[in-house]
Design a protein around this ligand. Structure first.
Ligand code: ADP
Ligand code: MG
Length: 420
């Protein structure tokens, strides 16, 4: 059976309010934590998946990033744990170390007043500490596939009591090439169990995994047609590379920024930009895969806790991470493809909050820009001149124009571009 759209598709959002957590009859120690986390109403994916996860049925759920999938799993899952049993009873598999840390932190927040022990294992961190913790007590294990298999080979992790397996960001797991690892892990869980699969996109590979790993699953699809969150305004600016830094500084000064991520396509660019920008800005950090795991984790935590305002990053920071306060995304470099654009810009505009994306464009990016706009169904807003205008027909025919929030001076425009 397919539950489609729940509120957004079947019931117009303004006709019926979302269900509240207070209507779920949750145990007080879980309900109190949820209230402390500031949650009141359930998100559509939470409302749709709660009865399914609670019932024990397998689930294949499609939902956008930022839709609240973690709590959708964590809240019913924590209630299923038998705390008198010292054994891993739920296994969450995620594609990256950062998601692992984030997921376990979120479970911890919900479970803080219970005796449920969540724990994360991922690469780049001391195995002996992880083994010690696993030997002591873990009820919910969140893991990246590589380290989990490593620990399984070492005999350090016992999955014989697992009752529920969650494949989170399954599309990304497959994209990274974890299919065989997932199959191996699943083949080691011999006892009957529930499997929950979450993804933002459904392609043939995911369908195959669903067929293999899930039994008679309930399907929930809350994906709307538009891939980028609608709460984001998509600004573009056409300029010379040498003007980027001055433009960036000016933009950051003029905008009302809560938190911003500035994406570059290469580590060395992140390093160089950070070196220059830190001279003028406080609360600025950078992150890329060249940093130690310890350093990366500490930056993520600082950023999530609002201690960092400006984050310069490679795409290591672009997928699935929840930075609820990100008001702005800046693409210093044009993203490689539409999917990358969506993942980057999806870091802002979370949970229906307003966000702005600004993408710097140089001449060589123009061909990719056309396909990005078309395929991602973006309504572009221009700071300065719309460089596609000349060869795409009369002005306004192809692209909407909206009021600019900010406009560079004549001297900053690429040579030969007239003022709009
Ligand atoms: P996803 O996994 O779907 O990308 P997350 O589970 O990371 O999304 O949630 C995105 C953000 O929304 C997080 O900051 C989370 O704390 C918040 N959130 C989740 N559910 C609710 C809710 N019911 N009410 C308010 N905020 C919520
Ligand atoms: Mg998630």
């Amino acid at each position: 059976m397919l539950i489609k759209g729940i509120r957004s598709c079947i019931v117009p959002a303004n006709e019926k309010p979302y269900m509240k957590f207070s209507e779920l009859n949750l145990p007080p120690n879980i309900f109190e934590s949820i209230v402390n986390m500031g949650y009141d109403e359930m998100t559509p994916i939470q409302e749709a998946s709660y009865p399914v996860v609670s019932s024990g049925q397998d689930l294949c759920a499609l939902a956008e990033t930022g839709s609240g999938k973690t709590a959708a799993c964590a809240i019913p899952l924590i209630q299923k744990i038998d705390t008198t049993l010292n054994a891993i009873q739920a296994l969450v598999i995620v594609p990256t170390r950062e998601l692992c840390i984030q997921y376990v932190d979120d479970i911890h927040d919900v479970a803080v007043k219970t005796d449920v022990v969540p724990f994360a294992v991922y690469g780049g961190f001391s195995k002996s500490i992880q083994v010690a913790k696993l030997n002591h007590k873990v009820h919910i294990l969140v893991a990246t596939p590589g380290r989990l298999i490593d620990l399984m080979y070492d005999g350090a992790v016992n999955l014989s009591q697992v009752k529920c397996v969650i494949l989170d960001e399954a599309d990304e797991l497959l994209k990274i090439g974890f299919l065989e690892d997932i199959e191996l892990i699943m083949s080691c869980i011999l006892q009957e169990h529930q499997t929950l699969l979450f993804a933002a996109t459904m392609d043939d590979d995911i369908k195959k995994l669903v067929d293999k790993a899930l039994h008679n699953p309930q399907h929930i699809s809350l994906i709307d047609e538009r891939p980028s969150p609608e709460s984001i305004e998509h600004y573009f600016e056409y300029l010379h590379s040498k003007n980027k830094e001055a433009e960036l500084m000016r933009y950051l000064e003029e905008e009302d920024i809560t938190q911003v991520i500035i994406f570059c396509n290469a580590r060395y660019k992140v390093d160089a930009l950070f070196k220059n920008m830190r001279k003028n800005l406080k609360n600025i950090e950078y992150i890329h895969a060249g940093l130690s795991q310890e350093k990366r984790s500490s930056i993520y935590r600082h950023y999530r806790n609002n201690k960092v305002r400006y984050l310069i990053a490679t795409d290591v920071a672009s997928r699935g991470l929840d930075f609820s306060n990100v008001s702005h995304i800046i693409n210093w470099d044009f993203p490689g493809d539409g999917e990358q654009y969506t993942h980057r810009t999806g870091r802002s505009g979370r949970m229906g909050r307003k966000g702005k994306a600004l993408t710097f464009l140089t001449k060589r990016d123009l061909p990719s820009l056309r396909s990005l706009i078309r395929r991602q169904k973006i309504v572009p807003l221009w700071i300065g001149k719309d460089p596609l205008q000349g060869d795409t027909g009369p002005r306004g025919e192809k692209f909407h124009k909206r009021k600019r929030s900010y406009r560079p001076s004549r001297s900053r425009r690429p040579k030969g571009q007239a003022s709009v």
